[in-house]
Write a protein that binds this ligand. Structure first.
Ligand SMILES: Cc1cc2nc3c(=O)[nH]c(=O)nc-3n(C[C@H](O)[C@H](O)[C@H](O)COP(=O)(O)OP(=O)(O)OC[C@H]3O[C@@H](n4cnc5c(N)ncnc54)[C@H](O)[C@@H]3O)c2cc1C
Length: 486
């Protein structure tokens, strides 16, 4: 995509920014934005009025967006910038924890972060609402009307003006237009999905437990079928056994893991295709040891109320059906006028993480399509990519405000780790420290896996509170019930 010309932040809003080159024109480039005359700089210590502040709007407070807004709040602060986070939820839960929330192994109430409390501490404003679209000409974000559970309007459709906009709205399940998926399958995109899954699972466990303790006892099972044996499907399958094994300690005396039948279905010839073959085989062996039926090279062509249909006409019976076979960007992104998206709906970005057509709009995390020059493939939709992008976007927005050249994103793949609950962890580590690529398994892999979440906590809470929360989390795991059943 070719783009040229200069973008200028409305200099009136930059007044008082503590930079040596406020009157200098901005170096962000685009082909759409008009040139504006620079304003007179004023003393750095003078507090800019709200109208004069640089308006930075971030949509999506997820794995990447919340880290970004924390950095921006720390680096730029309230004094000269009005930093606004928009999210359609009131709380944040780190998405890689969702499979643990779904099985009850993790109580999300303990780990979620309320945006209102967080924004007060970190120097940004939080707006509860869902982005509807972006009006690029007016430089305004359009927020959908907020409705209550009866459909009554609480807040009308409104607009938030921006000088810089960062889109970090993540991804959602891709059903590849397979018939019946939306009607009959559960997804694992949000806390609400995870809570729904857990409730459904518990209801079925109760049903089976009751049938087995009836006179005469009836032989019943909970059948769960999971489509997609990437990290999410594999982790969830193992976590289900961990939860089922613990249920007998929580009032379902006659229920144990032998009552659970999990089928993991994958279209590719092996599970965890992103990992080396040896590790994928080790993970498969571990899952089968637990009693999970792993079906590879099995393509699902439809979902029915009581199970999946395969391409060769088989019917796989299931009481609970979960679809985690791939992700795509939310559809609203491809409707933003004038921005380029790929066929997965992700916004095309330059190496600076600005969108290809508009230098004021950045995209990061799962919702962006970032194919760096010389790389074999685009950056994968992973928490570690979102984490690394947050640092570069924060830096580039600050640089753009100060009229400095932007830096390019460099992805450092640290490897992939997949947790098989308490049974094992497998993965590979990458980097100079381990001499290229190193396969890891067991306790070391488990500790590194856990450290990913710790890094997120440190990034969004700072060292002091982050370390305290990690310690509290460890204590909770010891003293609280192993399962959350409500
Ligand atoms: C079960 C599961 C396990 C995973 N495990 C791993 C793992 O082990 N390692 C790993 O690297 N990755 C893992 N991932 C992937 C990882 O979670 C994502 O890559 C990462 O969360 C992407 O971060 P993000 O900031 O782009 O989006 P998200 O973290 O998804 O955040 C998006 C945010 O945008 C908000 N939002 C969405 N639409 C709107 C809208 N219209 N208006 C306002 N707000 C909106 C959402 O509420 C959310 O807060 C896992 C994913 C899942 C589902």
């Amino acid at each position: 995509m070719s783009w040229s010309g200069q973008v200028h932040v409305d200099p009136a809003r930059l007044r008082g920014h503590p930079t040596e080159d406020m009157e200098r024109k901005m170096s962000v480039q685009t082909d759409t934005m008009p040139h504006r005359a620079p304003a007179e700089p004023i003393a750095a210590e003078q507090h800019a009025s709200d109208r004069e502040k640089t308006r930075i709007v971030i949509v999506g407070g997820g794995a990447g967006g919340l880290e970004l807004v924390t950095r921006l709040g720390t680096q730029l602060g309230r004094r000269h910038c009005d930093i606004v986070l928009v999210d359609r939820n009131r709380t944040h839960i780190w998405k890689p924890l969702l499979h643990e929330v779904a099985t009850g192994s993790l109580d999300a109430n303990l780990d979620e972060v309320g945006y209102r409390g967080h924004c007060r501490r970190w120097g940004y404003r939080y707006v509860f609402g869902a982005m509807e679209t972006v009006d690029r000409n007016a430089r305004e974000l359009v927020i959908a009307p907020l409705l209550d559970e009866k459909g009554h309007e609480i807040v009308e459709r409104h607009r938030i003006p921006y000088d810089f906009l960062v889109l970090a709205i993540g991804s959602e399940a891709n059903d590849f237009e397979t018939p019946g998926i939306r009607e009959h399958c559960m997804l694992l995109d949000s806390r609400a999905d995870a809570d729904r899954f857990r409730n459904r699972l518990l209801n079925h466990c109760l049903r089976v437990s009751r049938a087995m303790s009836a006179t005469p006892p009836r032989e019943q099972f909970v059948n769960v079928a999971i489509v997609g044996a990437g990290a999410t499907g594999v982790e969830l399958a193992a976590e289900l056994y961990n939860a089922a094994a613990a249920l007998r300690h929580y009032g379902l005396e006659v229920f144990d893991e032998t009552r659970l039948k999990v089928t993991l279905i994958e279209a590719a010839p092996r599970i965890l295709p992103a990992l080396p073959e040896k590790l994928s085989a080790a993970a498969k062996a571990e899952l089968e040891k637990l009693g999970i039926s792993v079906l590879t090279s099995t393509c699902i062509v439809a979902a029915e109320p009581d199970g999946f249909v395969t391409a060769d006409g088989r019917h796989i019976h299931a009481d609970i059906m979960l679809w985690v076979a791939g992700v795509k960007a939310p559809g609203i992104l491809s409707e933003i006028e004038g921005l380029d998206t790929n066929r997965n709906g992700q916004l095309d970005v330059r190496p600076t993480l600005q969108t290809t057509r508009d230098g004021r709009i950045y995209a990061m995390g799962d919702c962006c399509h970032c194919h760096l020059p010389g790389a074999d493939r685009p950056i994968p939709p992973r928490a570690q990519a979102a984490h690394q992008m947050a640092a570069v976007v924060a830096d580039n927005v600050a640089r753009a405000i100060r009229g400095k050249p932007l830096t390019n994103f460099v992805y450092r793949d640290k490897g992939s780790l997949v947790s098989l609950s308490r049974y094992s962890t497998v993965g590979n580590l990458m980097g100079n420290l381990v001499g290229g690529q190193l396969a890891v398994q067991g306790t070391i892999a488990r500790l590194i896996y856990k450290s990913l979440y710790s890094m997120h906590l440190l990034a969004i809470h700072g060292w002091l509170k982050g370390v305290a929360l990690i310690a509290v989390g460890t204590v909770h795991r010891i003293v609280r019930p192993r399962l959350k059943l409500h």
